[in-house]
Design a protein around this ligand. Structure first.
Ligand SMILES: C[S@@+](CC[C@H](N)C(=O)[O-])C[C@H]1O[C@@H](n2cnc3c(N)ncnc32)[C@H](O)[C@@H]1O
Length: 398
């Protein structure tokens, strides 16, 4: 009897898993080549890994080992950043090409560092963390970093981001953001003054947002309805490129609005054009369209900053068929762990607080923010990324 019941439960579970996998099949981007996992794997894998890690940290490892794990994570960024600055990956690659053995001494020579023991210490850490093979050769991950694209931009912006970390406590005491406390300016002001950061940030967004853009393109099913889509703060057009590559509608138009210095980075696809636009320029206007998108934009700004941005959009939605699509995180409550991606979402939340003037928002925060701008949420779609899609329209009462 017990076996029958157990068998039935297992069979039901299997059917459930198969249905879930079939419902959200793996998908590949024609633009960036990134792939999305099936929905069920995306939803539960991080939770399983997180729970196992927490269990090991709390119950199995002695305190000393657990503390070292935390320290090691903090060192990881520093060491990867140092390798990026010293061009260690290029050095190893060059040695391999010249059929020389990569050793701490040969690598130290190539990167012009006299302290071989320091280089050896870093290289051994990288071997232990599986960033290098035991013979100090590149793994696919470090080879990816060497080739640039993926993390080049991240490491360029990481300099200023890093420097804020020791200043969290004094900044909090003065009621300031750690980034502004450290650099006496905001992140986007720094980008305006030093275009190297603006381009590095855009490059980082383009590569890290390839999968979230694909997820938004696939998991929100109504893009086909709109003739013209304006992507506000759209960077160099990652989302528009993804949407254009997937639509069967050849007449659909995409307009990417961002700061003038980024607009020339846009694509050659004739369906995609760019429009210089500054959220905070009182004279700046948006092109007419039936769908406006804000993807990972509002989380960079305070509620007041968001109101300034939204006030430019609300008047454009006078016709009730027009929509605003917000693609951003919806924070889960911290009262219980229901969301498998909670650690990543709260890490983003802290990053938005410390570095930008912004924050991530829960559903109530979103509803309030939108209501204050005369807008309301029509529906919410979860995607196979940290983002959800909020479809919004002008509120009938506004
Ligand atoms: C976090 S990125 C998001 C980029 C893109 N939507 C994505 O998800 O990949 C924020 C974008 O806002 C743009 N931005 C920042 N300040 C702006 C301003 N004052 N006016 C217009 N765009 C701005 C940045 O250039 C950047 O492209």
């Amino acid at each position: 009897m017990i076996i029958q019941v157990l068998g039935t439960v297992v069979a039901i579970l299997l059917v459930f898993i198969i249905v879930q996998i079939a419902r959200k099949p793996p998908a590949r981007s024609k633009v960036s080549g990134v792939k999305l996992p099936p929905g069920i794997i995306f939803r539960w894998m991080p939770r399983i890994i997180f729970e196992i890690e927490s269990f090991i940290l709390r119950r199995i490892l002695p305190l000393e080992t657990a503390a070292m794990k935390v320290l090691s994570q903090q060192q990881m960024l520093g060491i990867l950043n140092a390798c990026h600055q010293l061009r260690v990956w290029d050095a190893i690659h060059a040695l391999e090409n010249d059929e020389e053995l990569p050793t701490p001494t040969s690598i130290a020579n190539k990167v012009h560092v006299p302290d071989v023991s320091g280089i050896k210490c870093m290289l051994d850490y990288l071997v232990a963390q599986r960033f290098l093979t035991p013979g100090y050769r590149l793994t696919p991950f470090t080879e990816g970093m060497r080739q640039g694209g993926c993390l080049e931009g991240l490491f360029t912006v990481m300099g200023p981001l890093f420097q804020q970390m020791p200043n969290i406590a004094p900044a909090l005491k003065q009621g300031r953001k750690p980034f502004s406390y450290t650099h006496n300016t905001t992140f986007f002001e720094l980008c305006k003054k030093q275009p190297i950061y603006s381009h590095a940030f855009d490059q980082m967004m383009t590569t890290t947002q390839a999968a979230p853009a694909l997820a938004a393109a696939i998991d929100f099913p109504f893009w086909y309805k709109y003739n013209s889509i304006v992507d506000i703060g759209g960077g160099s057009g990652t989302l528009s490129l993804e949407l254009a590559s997937r639509t069967s509608r050849l007449d659909q138009r995409f307009i990417v609005c961002d700061q003038a210095q980024l607009c020339d980075a846009c694509t050659n696809d004739p369906r995609i054009s760019s429009h210089p636009f500054d959220f905070f320029d009182t004279n700046a206007t948006l092109p007419d369209a039936d769908c406006y998108v804000l993807k990972n934009v509002l989380h960079n700004w305070s509620d007041a900053g968001c109101q300034t941005i939204l006030q430019k959009i609300t008047p454009m939605l006078a016709d009730n068929s027009k929509v605003l699509i917000i693609i951003d995180l919806v924070l889960p409550p911290t009262t219980k762990r229901t969301d498998p991606l909670m650690p990543q979402k709260y890490s983003y939340n802290f990053a938005m607080f410390a570095t930008f003037l912004g924050k991530e928002r829960n559903l109530a925060d979103w509803s309030r923010l939108l209501a204050d701008a005369g807008l309301e949420i029509v529906d919410l779609h979860n995607t196979r990324s940290l983002n959800s899609v909020l479809r919004c329209r002008r509120s009938p009462h506004s």
